[in-house]
Design a protein. Structure first.
Length: 462
């Protein structure tokens, strides 16, 4: 059977990796988890999974590999949108030291498929590049644009996805499925979740291994890395869903919704250029509503990291126009608002699903002319006006059907279920069959939310 490589998997995604990995091995595939971080390697070894460590070596010249491009990604993710020459050189050197070990691994093992989950850093793009050079297939998966789903794409997720390069013309042949989209919207608004798979016990890595690793980091003067070496394995422990607040207190429509994002979100760091701060974005959105001469209020959805005190003071000063929204009411507010304004928040797709006008400032897979409106922070009023005036329901239906039925798998990355795992396994089997790995009977997977909210037949089944 095929050889599947999990490229530099993170600890926080252990539950999904463990469930998928064991299913692949039960299907007689070979599995290797290739880690660039010793902490992650020690953790996955303790869980009984076939993990290998990339040991950094002296850097060598590889002119064909765009290491500077990958180093820029690492700098941006480290909060350095305009790195100095020294910072860029340091990031490049770290990647250069990994090139030879990765090349040697591919020369010996030559994986049939490389799976990259969620991460978009330089190491993962380096593995993507080398895998393509060796003719291996690559599949990127990550958190989906609506709750309970995951993106999958050959090029990457979010702004790296090939969906970002599609035009409206490429959706002409796609058949829209309104029943499927109605069931998806019902699942989002009702927060319907499939019964999750039982979690396996997380084993703590050997204390001596963690202490030795922490000691190495301390000798290098990296206190944060030493701490992660000791307690980082706890990221794999189970998280729990918090029940939503049943009391919904939304203003009377019409109102507009501004969705803020964590400044450290990779979507902002990699898919935008000079994104506005929270204070500037709120002030500009409020001024845009004044320019539109509307009495509608502006609801502000805070990011998961919360808001700074200065931002809360600004909202208090603008309380005649601006109001803070409780996160548990986000889905309902999106469906009821006149328009949603964001940089590239993933929940923008929920706005399209609820037939709500969407204005965004950054690159995202839902950026299709005629479906969403790309605007500028200094000209939000015009963008909002255009989004409210131009309606293309047929195109929107085709785009959403393509994205939710074929560009997403209905599997929650934190709480995977049986159907979702079948979808991931089916996609991997299809790709292996394309390169003439011994064909297997594919498992059954149904696109869409959990029954009974699912439509009668998945899109493309006719």
């Amino acid at each position: 059977m095929g050889l599947i490589l999990f490229a530099a998997p993170g600890i926080e995604q252990f539950h999904l990796h463990e469930q998928l990995g064991r299913r692949l091995m039960q299907a007689e595939h070979r599995l290797i988890l290739l880690s660039a971080d010793p902490k992650n390697h020690v953790f996955y070894q303790a869980q009984g999974l076939p993990s290998r460590l990339l040991k950094a070596q002296r850097h060598c010249s590889h002119p064909r590999i765009p290491l500077e491009e990958f180093a820029v990604l690492d700098c941006k993710l480290a909060g350095l949108p305009h790195p100095s020459l020294k910072q860029l050189r340091q990031a490049r050197t770290k990647l250069e030291r990994l090139v030879d070990p990765i090349l040697r691994f591919f020369e010996v093992e030559l994986p049939d498929l490389v799976l990259i989950h969620q991460n978009r850093g330089g190491v993962h793009r380096l593995m993507h590049f080398i895998a393509r050079e060796f003719g291996s297939q690559v599949l990127h998966i990550g958190k989906g644009l609506i709750p309970g789903t995951m993106q999958w794409n050959e090029e990457g997720i979010d702004g790296d996805s090939s969906a970002c390069r599609r035009s409206a013309r490429e959706y002409r042949a796609q058949r829209g499925d309104e029943a499927f989209l109605a069931s998806a919207l019902a699942a989002v608004l009702g927060e319907a979740q499939a019964p999750p798979l039982a979690r396996r016990r997380v084993h703590s890595p050997d204390l001596w291994d963690r202490v030795l690793l922490a000691g190495r980091y301390l000798l290098r003067g990296s206190l944060g890395s030493a701490r992660e070496a000791l307690i980082g394995w706890r990221e794999a422990l189970a998280t729990y869903r918090h029940p939503a607040d049943s009391l919904v207190d939304l203003p009377e429509p019409p109102f507009f919704l501004l969705m803020l994002q964590d400044p450290n979100c990779p979507r902002l760091q990699l898919d935008t250029v000079e994104p506005p701060s929270h204070d500037v974005f709120i002030a500009k959105a409020s001024a845009a509503l004044d320019e539109l001469e509307t009495d509608a209020r502006l609801l502000v959805l805070p990011p998961e990291c919360g808001l700074k005190s200065s931002t809360r003071q600004l909202i208090t000063q603008l309380e005649d126009r601006v109001e803070l929204l409780h996160p548990t009411h986000a889905n309902l507010a999106i469906a009821m608002s006149s328009a949603v304004i964001t940089i590239n928040h993933p929940m923008g797709l929920v706005a399209l699903l609820a037939d709500t006008a969407l204005v965004h400032l950054g690159r995202s897979p839902y950026e299709v002319r005629g479906v969403s409106e790309r605007g500028l922070v200094d000209d939000l009023a015009a963008a909002i006006r255009r989004s409210l005036e131009h309606e293309t329901p047929s195109l929107r239906t085709r785009v959403l059907t393509r994205m939710l039925a074929f560009d997403h798998v209905w599997c929650d990355p934190e709480f995977p279920d049986t159907n979702g795992m079948r979808g991931l396994l089916q996609e991997i089997e299809k790709r292996l069959n394309q390169i003439q790995i011994k064909p297997r009977k594919l498992v059954t997977y149904r696109a869409g939310p959990v029954w009974p909210l699912a439509s009668t037949a998945p899109p493309g089944s006719e």
